[in-house]
Design a protein around this ligand. Structure first.
Ligand code: TXA
Ligand code: MG
Length: 349
């Protein structure tokens, strides 16, 4: 167990605290900090031992590469071997922001970060405090989501404290992550860029900036066993301890089917919970109902998902039911995480 210092930073004016976090990172310590998407565990990307420490703290397989976070957009040229015109358009449009771009890496980036790949994922986050800490470190910062591998990503400092106390040197409490789902990842090493992980920056937004973009095959067909190109997307992820099932189809049938299933589960002694839209919260017969947002409020739904999955765990829920969310805007990314959390258990009515 390491000693974990928890540091609340409420303002960018708190330069003493920001510099302290920066120095910790530069020296090779592990520092969890907020970003606009989810909290990350940061480590100096140029120090092998620090990077190894991240894998250990998370219990993450070492072939699953990390995203390198930079404090200033221009730093991308320090680590990418080539930056295409299309990539520059995306950087101009969406950085700093919730978009990770994959480039061919140069020799500065150790293979321990990239899981042995010759490419590197780079993101310049929008979160001012995240950028201030990275800049203070004067280093590129490798930062995966600050959860134990497999668990829902942390959107609040309390989630990080729960997962990583004793495993990292410092946890920065900088308030809740606003987006609540991890960044969109786009592979820029191909002529037609490929979305490897959907997020808040949607395909339509990317295409408005640079023309045609495609989805990685595994995103189009979850049933077929296509190996995802983002190694992390092949692992069980975001999963609550309870068994989650998604119901899709006619609204009334879905509510009815979930209610019927709950009766059966309760008879078997399971503790049940429902993830409900505002509109149908009153239609479920269940003592634990977590409201995720109004049906069409895609952003609110995205922001609440991981917190709700953790709340279900906290209440000891063993069977969780959720209606499919609308796959519009960030809703596509929410559905991607929801399906992974459910191990693809989906009932279509
Ligand atoms: O929003 C985010 O991206 C958050 C915050 C903390 O910035 N970070 C995050 O990191 O989600 P992580 O480690 O949980 O997810 C990184 C994903 C994994 O699926 C990994 O396989 C993929 O990025 N990835 C990293 N480098 C890659 C590469 N060179 N090629 C393909 N996929 C890569
Ligand atoms: Mg993650």
């Amino acid at each position: 167990m390491m000693k974990t210092e928890i540091l609340k930073i409420e303002s960018l004016q708190d330069t003493v605290a920001i510099n302290r976090a920066g120095v910790f990172l530069r020296e090779g310590k592990l520092v969890a900090f907020p970003t606009e998407t989810v909290y990350g565990i940061g480590a100096n990307a140029l120090l092998e031992d620090a990077v190894t420490g991240i894998y250990k703290a998370k219990g993450r397989p070492s072939d699953n590469p990390l995203i390198v976070h930079i404090g200033e957009i221009k730093d991308v040229y320090l680590y990418a071997l080539e930056v295409s015109k299309k990539a520059e358009h995306l950087m101009a449009e969406f950085w700093p922001g919730p978009l990770t771009l994959i480039f061919k890496k140069n020799e500065k980036i150790p293979l321990s970060i990239t899981g042995g790949l010759d490419t590197v994922a780079i993101r310049c986050p929008k979160h001012d405090l995240a950028r201030a800490i990275i800049t203070a470190s004067e280093r590129p910062i490798a930062a995966p989501s600050a959860n134990i591998s497999g668990r829902p990503s942390p959107t609040m400092a309390a989630h990080v404290v729960e997962d990583l106390t004793g495993k990292v040197d410092m946890i920065i409490d900088g308030g809740d992550a606003t987006i609540g789902l991890e960044s969109t990842i786009v592979d820029m090493t191909q002529d037609i860029p490929i979305i490897l992980r959907p997020g808040g920056i949607t395909k339509a937004m990317l295409e408005a900036a640079i023309g045609e973009v495609t989805f990685d095959k595994h995103l189009l067909n979850t049933a077929a066993h296509v190996t995802p190109r983002a190694p992390g997307m092949k692992y069980t992820h975001y999963a609550p301890k309870g068994e989650l099932t998604i119901y899709d189809g006619n609204d009334e049938l879905v509510v009815k089917a979930i209610n019927q299933q709950i009766v059966i589960d309760l008879a078997s002694g399971y503790r049940c919970g429902v993830i409900a839209f505002v509109e149908d919260r009153d239609s479920y017969q269940c003592s634990v109902i977590e409201v995720i947002g109004a049906r069409e409020d895609h952003e609110q739904i995205a922001a609440n998902l991981f917190k709700i999955l953790r709340n279900m765990d906290e209440q000891g829920i063993q069977r969780i039911y959720a209606k499919a969310v609308l796959e519009e805007e960030i809703g596509l990314a929410t559905m991607n995480r929801l399906l992974k959390a459910a191990g693809n258990r989906k009932v279509i009515l």
